[in-house]
Write a protein that binds this ligand. Structure first.
Ligand SMILES: [Zn+2]
Length: 404
């Protein structure tokens, strides 16, 4: 063979081998990719743990609730924890803890979340406070190891992409700030990171060995129905005064709201409250919030008063400029249910259109006047906690009856 022929033969041989290897790699990778994950050994089972996010209990400044959060490696451990916490008087509820594959996990996490890198691999105790209307969420963590510089450990993921080095371009997160950090008696560090979001979202808190995740979605993607409960007055706006006791109207309204939040059980229908603290909120803010949330219902909670000693009992105002029929139907349901559990006087259903929030809401709207604080009998009834509890349950039932 000549040198040229020899070279040619060699090149052909190499090319053939390359081609063969290439085809082999292609075919085998196709076959491999078609295999189920379980055979590939890729499917690593992990126990992803979801934090309990018991929003109702967090904002109770009057009735402080100790948050109990547990991390477990097995379902048995969770069961033990459940028995342990049953001793506590406070309501402690667990979300489902279960094993999930990476694929399921990615689905759960969604395409937008805030990711926080942990320093150690140990489980971190934590919970999320949702500040409702002001779109602020506060992440509370107890750490054995410090997180390090927040800017280095926090990553925003939006539309499935990490916004690395260009976080100011975030369409969802305005900013974040370390609001509190202290060492406690157990030498653990507690920190609070406050995130100002550009909108109100539905949040879920998760963690795995490396990260803590705050996943967020549009409330409409998560909940079938949304109800905004407006909690009348608050802060320097006290509302009307009671004849007896030290309570003002704002206190009764807030107590009703907290009780509603506590007894609410439906997961399909989500309640947003305009306040769960003693704070003052502008009327426009309240109704704009309900409209921006595209709520299915808007229910405002108040108590009544009259100048003379003439007023007593329950009345409900409803919207008539739009959604008049629906509003009236809801108003009727609420009134009937409340009268039947309280035995209080049944006053009329009233056209509430001269009230700013009712007139400007874009959904069926009612305003509940839950008794006269100026009436001796009404106030005696309202001052009993079990009565207020009954009324809160009646409101929940009316809302659910109307929706279903
Ligand atoms: Zn009022």
């Amino acid at each position: 063979m000549s040198k040229i022929e020899n070279d040619f033969f060699f090149i052909r041989k190499i090319t053939k081998q390359c081609m063969f290897s290439f085809v082999f790699v292609c075919v085998s990778s196709i076959i491999f990719s078609c295999l189920p994950d379980s055979i590939k050994g890729k499917e690593k089972e992990n126990l992803w743990v979801k934090f309990e996010q018991n929003m109702q209990n967090i904002n109770k400044d009057r009735n402080k609730t100790e948050k109990i959060e547990l991390f477990a490696d097995s379902l048995q451990e969770i069961e033990e924890a459940r028995n342990y916490t049953a001793d506590y008087e406070e309501k402690v509820s667990f979300k489902t803890y279960h094993k999930t594959t990476k694929k399921e996990w990615n689905k759960k996490l969604g395409s937008q979340y805030i990711r926080i890198k942990k320093s150690g691999k140990e489980e971190v105790l934590g919970y999320l406070e949702n500040r409702y209307m002001d779109s602020q969420i506060v992440l509370n963590l107890r750490l054995e190891h410090e997180l390090g510089n927040l800017d280095d450990v926090i990553t925003f993921v939006e539309n499935g992409k990490e916004l690395e080095g260009e976080r100011e371009k975030s369409k969802k997160v305005e900013n974040y700030v370390l609001t509190q950090s202290y060492q406690d008696y157990a030498e653990e560090k507690s920190i609070r990171i406050s995130f100002q979001m550009k909108n109100v979202y539905a949040y879920e808190l998760y963690q795995d060995k490396e990260y803590i995740y705050i996943a967020y979605r549009e409330p409409r993607e998560v909940y079938k129905n949304i109800v905004v409960v407006d909690v009348g007055h608050g802060g320097k706006d006290t509302g009307t005064y009671a004849m007896a006791g030290n309570w003002k109207e704002k206190d009764f309204n807030l107590d009703f709201a907290r009780k509603i939040a506590d007894v609410w059980e439906s997961e399909d229908v989500h309640l947003y409250f305009t306040r769960l603290q003693d704070i003052n909120i502008d009327l426009d803010e309240r109704v704009n919030f309900a409209n921006a949330m595209d709520a299915d219902l808007f229910v405002s909670v108040h108590c009544n008063s009259s100048d003379e000693d003439s007023g007593e009992g329950l009345e409900v105002l409803y919207k008539t400029n739009k959604f008049a029929q629906e509003s009236k139907k809801l108003a009727e349901k609420c009134l009937e249910e409340l009268v039947s559990v309280t035995g209080m006087d049944r006053r009329n259903l009233l056209n509430g259109n001269n009230i700013h929030i009712i007139r400007n809401a874009n959904m069926p709207t009612v305003l509940l006047e839950l008794g006269f604080l100026t009436d001796k009998e009404d106030i005696a009834f309202l001052l009993k906690e079990e009565n207020r509890e009954k009324m809160a349950k009646a409101i929940c039932k009316s809302i659910l009856d109307y929706i279903n």
